[in-house]
Design a protein around this ligand. Structure first.
Ligand SMILES: Cc1cc2nc3c(=O)[nH]c(=O)nc-3n(C[C@H](O)[C@H](O)[C@H](O)COP(=O)(O)OP(=O)(O)OC[C@H]3O[C@@H](n4cnc5c(N)ncnc54)[C@H](O)[C@@H]3O)c2cc1C
Length: 352
């Protein structure tokens, strides 16, 4: 039976889109070039928030805030349905100085987000001075989230075709009529591009204004018996994410180097210097990896229908916050597909 939707890309965004469409009763097939959940969505830190929300445009805040409000229920039901715990945890985020205290306080007041001035020593023994705590910020363990989403999509009746690389779009008039893949031709009524950093390249001339390019991020992983803190720590642009089992992720870099996913000695040294400046007795990292974020101007994704091709949609370009934004973006996509009113202003996410 022909699918109503073919989704290209098996990252957090493609899997979440598949999940939502299946729940709405559509027949969905997801095409993934490699295996699902191995690219940016796997490589990310899983912080469920922008690092410093006050540094971002309202169009980013609208998506992240709406999505963050959906995560409690979504993660509980995903865990219950699949038996896979995504380790969604409201660990909070502790901001070390220097912070933009006035700006942060004003932004949190305006957006009704909890923010507390704290003594750092109460959270990180030995560290003197004042900090800011955002107690409601959560985190998720990306590989677990992706495994749970993959399983849920299958349980809901979705078809996942791995090792199917989409190579070309076939068009007739104002419609996409099929996809050429590495395993042959496939067609459906509708098509969704959720191919992360590769979305623009994949679409070629049909990308039009789609603003997506790869931005590499590198992360170091440490393993401690007991990390000396329970909150996510943020110092400038450096973050530490403590997991429940003693692993701590430290990242990340922002590098405009094209489709190059290699790790570099330079980034490793730079991150290590900053880690050991704070925690001189930490051991060597146990792992170092890189991923390609779907970079977009100002972190604003493209969500919705192609301006000229009536059965082609995008859900891509989420840059630094694709896991955080995934639920809200998928909600907006589904509303557009079903011609329902949107819960927020979507002008800036349109595909032009
Ligand atoms: C180091 C790092 C740290 C990050 N930290 C955070 C964080 O703390 N919080 C947060 O919210 N976000 C974070 N992010 C960003 C987040 O990971 C991304 O925004 C998000 O994962 C994008 O999801 P995606 O599904 O669009 O892309 P991806 O996960 O990259 O998935 C795209 C998929 O499309 C597939 N694909 C591509 N081309 C084709 C093709 N032609 N045919 C078939 N399949 C194809 C790819 O193989 C891939 O599996 C981080 C990213 C990095 C790299």
């Amino acid at each position: 039976m022909q699918s109503e939707f073919l989704i290209i890309g098996g990252g957090a965004v493609g899997l979440t889109s598949a999940q939502a469409l299946l729940r709405s009763g559509y027949k969905v097939t997801l095409l993934e070039r490699g295996t699902t959940g191995q690219e940016a969505s796997w490589a990310g830190g899983g912080i469920m928030s922008p690092l410093c929300s006050w540094d971002y445009a309202e169009s980013v805040t609208r998506l992240t805030q709406r999505s963050m409000g959906m995560f409690d229920d979504a993660m509980a039901s995903l865990h219950a349905a699949t038996g896979i715990d995504p380790e969604y945890l409201k660990s909070g985020m502790l901001l070390l100085p220097p912070c933009k205290n006035e700006l942060a306080t004003q932004w949190c007041t305006d957006h009704q987000v909890q923010l507390q001035a704290v003594l750092l020593n109460d959270y990180l023994p030995g560290l003197q001075g004042d900090g800011l705590l955002m107690p409601d910020i959560g985190q998720v363990r990306n590989p677990r989230l992706l495994a749970a989403l993959r399983q849920h999509v299958t349980m809901l009746g979705g078809v996942i075709l791995e090792h199917h690389e989409v190579q070309q779009f076939e068009m007739t008039g104002d419609r996409v009529t099929g996809l050429q893949t590495s395993q042959g031709r496939l067609c459906a009524d509708n098509y969704i591009v959720a191919a992360g950093a590769w979305s623009r390249t994949l679409l070629g001339e049909h990308a039009l204004s789609l603003d997506v390019r790869p931005i590499r991020g590198q992360i170091l992983l440490f393993k401690l018996d007991t990390p000396p803190f329970r909150q996510i720590l943020l110092q400038g642009n450096l973050y530490f994410i403590p997991r429940l089992d003693g692993h701590v992720l430290v990242g990340s870099t922002l590098e405009d180097v094209g489709f190059d996913k290699s790790t570099t000695a330079e980034a490793r040294i730079n991150l290590l210097q900053r880690v050991y400046a704070l925690f001189p007795d930490w051991p060597a990292p146990v792992k170092h990896w890189a991923g390609l974020r779907p970079g977009s101007t100002d972190n604003i994704p493209t969500i919705g229908r192609h301006p000229a091709l009536s059965n082609l949609y995008a859900n891509c370009g989420h840059f630094r916050y694709g896991v955080t934004m995934s639920l809200a973006c998928t909600e907006l996509l589904l509303n557009e597909i079903e011609n329902r009113p949107q819960p927020l202003n979507t002008d800036e996410y349109r595909w032009l």
